[in-house]
Ligand binder design. Structure first.
Ligand code: NAD
Length: 353
């Protein structure tokens, strides 16, 4: 641990990034936290309203695709570490617009790597490029087995291919130039502030509005779910105590078939909304599968469990219940992020002149 870190967090206005920014700003008043975000449809400064006036926090609007801009930022602020979360993150969007994923996830990561290398190369000591990635890079598992840090990469969607590519570049910069890096690959996250195109917030919203719940294929797809605050804490721990030039898998040994997850969600929603048990389940409809759909992801989190003594703080039932409560209490947030009125908020807040 170091006293006066200057940390660049990219993608801090997004779902996971906002939890990471909040954690660091609150826990480390002696650090300077710079949140760089382009504010795409997925980025929303309302996610950080509670900390935006903190003296150790600076928001910078900008695009990681712009190499000159990124270089200038490194020179101006002299960051000593990067936690890189900015990305195009939605698999379905990657199937319709793969190039956008190459630009942000591959080129954007390259620009950050280059700027870090150039600005740090005289002295790599105490520097860290921490790249946040996904378990989707490992491809699909059959009915058994788990992804370990040694599992070969085998991405199937343009999203996972772009993340795999960025992981490879980060490792290559470590090997070729000695840039100190860490990569972590995490399972599916859920929790507050997630854009309502992703399964859990989408379905909470649909159940609330009594709209249908489109489940892909036969619903037997299996995912490993982790509460977003637990991911943020794992990131903090890895940042502080993880070994340089290493990869850590992050997961809660918490596999759910999609259909079982949706049924649990329906049950909890019925209870919270005072509806008869079974009401929401009637909204389930099965829809045509998406192409390249991976059957099963599951993380072996033994390394982070044993090396860093990390484990999730909540059960899935508890985390899901807290997530539903948050969405029910923040329906204004939900309508704001989908209507684009947060753009007005941004203009009011940051472009006063
Ligand atoms: P998100 O889509 O909610 O947020 C991404 C953020 O990046 C947004 O604030 C967006 O405005 C910003 N951004 C996008 N393009 C940018 C650009 N060109 N320049 C600057 N900022 C840009 O994503 P998320 O779910 O919070 O995921 C964050 C990271 O974690 C991603 O790298 C993702 O691959 C990884 N990850 C996500 C999950 C998950 O379940 N959501 C799981 C494992 C890993």
């Amino acid at each position: 641990e170091f006293q006066n870190r200057k940390i660049l967090i990219t993608g801090g206005a997004g779902f996971i990034g906002s939890h990471v920014v909040r954690l660091f700003v609150k826990k480390y008043p002696e650090y300077q936290i710079y949140n760089l975000d382009a504010l795409t449809y997925a980025g929303n400064l309302e996610n950080l309203k509670d900390i935006e006036t903190a003296s150790n926090y600076t928001f910078i609007k900008g695009d990681i695709i712009d190499a000159n801009f990124i270089n200038t930022l490194f020179i101006e602020y002299d960051f000593d570490s990067v936690i890189h979360l900015a990305a195009e993150s939605h698999v379905d969007r990657s199937i319709t617009d793969p190039l956008a994923f190459v630009k942000t996830n591959v080129l954007g990561t390259m620009n950050l790597l280059n700027a870090a290398k150039e600005n740090w190369k005289k002295n790599f000591q105490n520097k860290l490029f921490y790249h946040i990635s996904t378990d989707e890079v490992y491809g699909s598992l059959g009915a058994s087995g788990l992804f370990t840090e040694e599992t070969s990469y085998d991405p199937n969607s343009p999203y996972s291919a772009s993340k795999a590519s960025s992981d490879h570049f980060v490792r290559a910069y470590g090997e070729s130039y000695g840039l100190p890096f860490i990569i972590s690959n995490c399972s599916n996250n859920y929790g507050s502030n997630q854009f309502p195109e992703k399964l859990i917030p989408l379905f909470i919203n649909n159940i609330l509005k009594e709209k249908s719940l489109p489940v892909y294929g036969d619903g037997n797809y299996t995912r490993d779910w982790l509460f977003v605050q637990d991911h943020a804490e794992a990131i903090e721990l890895i940042f502080q105590r993880g070994r340089r030039f290493e990869t850590y898998n992050i997961g809660g040994f918490n596999e759910w078939k999609n259909i079982d997850l949706v049924k649990l969600l329906c049950l909890q929603m019925d209870e919270k909304l005072g509806r008869d048990k079974g009401t929401s389940e009637e909204l389930i409809t099965y829809v045509k599968d998406r192409p390249g759909h991976d059957l099963r992801y599951a993380i072996d989190a033994t390394k982070i469990n044993s090396e860093l003594e990390w484990k999730p703080s909540v059960t899935f039932e508890e985390g899901l219940s807290r997530t539903i409560d948050w969405y029910l209490a923040n329906q204004e947030w939900l309508s704001n992020v989908t209507s684009g009125s947060y753009q007005d908020y941004y203009i009011k807040q940051y472009q006063k002149s």
